[in-house]
Design a protein around this ligand. Structure first.
Ligand code: IMP
Length: 431
């Protein structure tokens, strides 16, 4: 049966959570392949607001099975808090939530080192320990969920902690962490999580033959460790190709849906070519109206115009077939809307996305200005209900990205979604 991957096409926070929530209704399985609790999204279901960081939000559908894959990094305290949130709303997830034993574990020294290193490095990370945990994994110093439950856990941790305490003390003058307290804390977590460990890889392999699987990407393409705006990136592979690798699933994606906002946002440092000027910011809806405050860190996101050079680039990197255009309603009040169609770099117009972040900082966007629609799109029920200027805006984005828009979101509610093609309503997700 088909699989669909949901991929963010900008710097994260594109609204993947809403799309995953919509599509989870018809998916038997929902899997998360990479990242950790640096991700965050809010889902409102039956009037209750849930915040998810690692557990796929599809868990809210009682028959869905959810998987946390081997390519993720798990902070047990944060995962247990997400579980408590579900329990407090009487949502049962036993026998429906499965964690891969291959996933690496985030320890307090990862969080500390993340915070201490970022003070001088200035990436603006989420401080959740994601980068240091993936670094330990690559350096063969990590502990996996399987290691947490193994007999050798204490010895393993003792060895690693010696090195981590050395780093903390010598590099940062930070007091060492106590081994006994840390080992006991993580043994308690292991006990609580043990029953959720499962052969996720085998389960998904078998499920693939029978039922639809939704593959939930986290963060955005430009935060990809290899192809993102390095070094202002996260430490995992956020492109579509990273999903099968993170799940041990084989290259089995039938449709890749690129989720992209009708404008651009970024949280943390690094280049954002179409960033609004202070005058443009004054006319743009503020952070509260536009719901542009981070779920994980509470930081205000930076705003930019829609960048078609960026979108076409990320579309290629993930082999995106269709687009989901999010938050069109945020542009409702504007007189004029700009789209960046190319860049000027060293005096030449280009539609290539530069590899070097310092070059991306130097590009001047070449804009097209479109008329705004100055009316609400929030109540629209179909594409025909949208003002003609809004439809013109969507058509131009399709042209510049060379991909069809399959759905448009005009508000946070499930009902505020316009389906432009039957792909998502049909049983078959192949596209
Ligand atoms: P890290 O993933 O915490 O190491 O942070 C690295 C960069 O990725 C920072 O700029 C973060 O703001 C950004 N980042 C990480 N996760 C997300 C996300 O889920 N949404 C948006 N930005 C993110």
């Amino acid at each position: 049966m088909p699989t669909m991957a949901i991929i963010g096409m900008q710097w994260g926070d594109e609204g993947k959570g809403k799309i995953v929530d919509l599509l989870s209704e018809s998916a038997a399985h929902i899997a998360r392949a990479q990242g950790g609790n640096n991700a965050g999204h809010t889902v409102v279901a039956k009037g209750v607001e849930y915040r998810f960081h690692l557990i796929p939000s599809g868990i809210l559908y009682p028959s869905a099975k959810c998987y946390i894959g081997g390519g993720t990094v798990i902070d047990p305290a944060s995962l247990l808090a997400e579980m408590d949130q579900l329990r407090s709303h009487n949502i049962s997830f036993e026998h429906r939530l499965f964690i891969s034993s291959y996933a690496h574990v985030v320890f307090p020294y990862h969080r500390l080192l993340d915070e201490l290193a970022d003070r001088s490095q200035g990436i603006g990370t989420t401080k959740k320990g994601i980068g240091p945990c993936y670094a330990d994994k690559a350096n063969r110093l990590g502990l996996r969920m399987a290691d947490l439950l193994s007999k050798g856990f204490r010895n393993h941790l003792k060895e690693v902690l010696k090195r981590k305490n050395f780093e903390l003390e010598k590099l940062y003058g930070h007091p060492p962490l106590d081994f006994e307290a840390l080992a006991s804390e993580y043994e308690r977590y292991a006990q609580k999580l043990a029953s959720f460990l499962a052969p996720v890889e085998e389960m998904l392999y078998k499920a693939l033959k029978k039922e639809k699987i939704l593959l939930e990407g986290a963060q955005g393409t430009l935060l990809d460790l290899t192809f993102g705006t390095y070094p202002f990136v996260t430490s995992s592979s956020t492109i579509a190709g990273g999903i099968p690798a993170g799940l041990g699933l084989g290259p089995a994606i039938d449709c890749t849906l690129g989720v992209v906002k009708a404008y651009t946002t970024r949280v943390g440092n690094g280049p954002l070519p179409t960033e609004l000027s202070p005058e443009e910011m004054a006319r743009f809806p503020d952070h509260i109206q536009s719901r542009e405050i981070g779920v994980t860190t509470g930081r205000k996101r930076r705003f930019g115009w829609f960048d078609a050079v960026l979108a076409a680039h990320t579309l290629r990197l993930s082999g995106i077939n269709r687009l989901a255009l999010m938050k069109l309603d945020i542009l409702d009040g504007l007189d004029e809307i700009r789209i960046c169609k190319s860049y000027l770099l060293h005096g030449k117009e280009t539609s290539s996305f530069p590899v070097l972040s310092e070059e991306l900082l130097q590009v001047s966007p070449v804009y097209e200005t479109l008329r705004g629609w100055k009316s609400s799109t929030k109540e629209a029920k179909s594409i025909e209900d949208l003002p003609k200027e809004a439809r013109a805006y969507l058509s131009r984005i399709e042209e510049l990205c060379a991909a069809p828009i399959s759905l448009v979101s005009v508000g946070p509610g499930r009902e505020q979604t316009l389906f432009l093609d039957p792909l998502f309503k049909e049983a078959d997700w192949r596209c």
